[in-house]
Design a protein around this ligand. Structure first.
Ligand code: RTP
Ligand code: MG
Length: 278
């Protein structure tokens, strides 16, 4: 595990487009880079792109008929520089939240083959930390067969389905909610190819290339899309609200400073008013 009380800055470096700035007590240290023009000169917003129609980019839950409800002004006002105008409309706030700078969530699992070996389990955990993922939640559990069947429903009928379900229910697993810019793709890259033989050849340093045993016992799982991530996070962390996390925790984790707690194995905001995990 990393050292006690280790703190780190924003997880994806300067590309996040937010600047840490000194701020008065009680106010978050993050600032949005531009000040809006006065209302009467506000430019017309461009037509929504195909990308924006897809909804929130970072694993946000589905939109409600009246539009996303996760753009509450609470966190935004905390992120505005002192004295900044607060005239932004709901759609402008939405576009900020949909910004590619936002942290994205993914579900990562460490499968029974790795959890059974404390050194491998720890090595995978360290890979998560050294690749600058933020650990938002973590839990260990034993999965019931029916839950595995439901989780892997998309593979039902395929030749490996039965052995996959049996294997995933065969011992403890560890589940993480990870956050990072482009978390879904980056975690899958870090895992390496599904098939271990291939992983060893094309990505020998990947997690599966390093620790995978067989195509079934391949060490880790990662969500493959924003929609899957939301569904899978809800399956493992039913009390976790993505909407609330994006409103309350994401801005603070993104803007830093962030503290890693080795005891709990998770990160939380270290700045004033850091909410910590709910
Ligand atoms: P995952 O869902 O675990 O992140 O893996 P993935 O997207 O890379 O692969 P996917 O096609 O979704 O398969 C899910 C899991 O099924 C097992 N599998 N075995 N040829 C085989 O024997 C085979 N193919 C897939 C693996 O455990 C894989 O991770
Ligand atoms: Mg998959």
């Amino acid at each position: 595990m990393a050292s006690t009380g280790e703190t780190q800055g924003p997880p994806a470096g300067p590309a996040l487009g937010v600047q840490a700035a000194p701020s008065p007590p009680g106010r978050s240290r993050c600032t949005l880079s531009s000040r809006a023009p006065p209302t009467h000169t506000r430019p017309r917003l461009p037509a929504r792109s195909a990308t924006s129609r897809q909804g929130p980019p970072a694993g946000l839950p589905g939109r409600t008929p009246e539009g996303p409800r996760w753009g509450g002004a609470g966190w935004l006002s905390r992120c505005l520089p002192a004295g900044a105008s607060r005239w932004r409309t709901r759609s402008e706030m939405t576009s900020i939240l949909r910004s590619p700078q936002a942290l994205q969530l993914t579900l990562a699992l460490i499968k029974p083959d790795a959890v059974a070996h404390p050194l491998i389990l720890e090595a995978v955990h360290q890979q998560i930390l050294s690749n600058k993922f933020l650990i938002v939640r973590m839990r260990e559990l034993l999965w019931r067969k029916e839950e595995c069947q439901k989780f892997y429903q998309e593979h039902e009928g395929r030749f490996f389905y039965q052995r996959l379900v049996e294997f995933m229910a065969s011992g403890p697993i560890r589940a993480y909610i990870l956050a990072r810019k482009d978390a879904i793709q980056l975690w899958r890259t870090l895992m390496g190819p599904t098939r271990v033989f291939r992983a060893r050849h094309v990505a020998p340093d990947s997690i599966r290339g390093s620790f995978g045993l067989t195509d079934t016992r391949n060490t880790t799982h990662g969500s493959d899309s924003v929609v899957s991530a939301s569904r899978e996070i809800a399956a493992f962390f039913p009390d976790f609200s993505e909407q609330r996390w994006y409103e309350e925790e994401e801005p603070q984790l993104r803007c830093g400073p962030v503290r890693y707690s080795p005891e709990g194995g998770i990160h939380c905001a270290a700045g004033p008013g850091g909410p910590g995990p709910a």
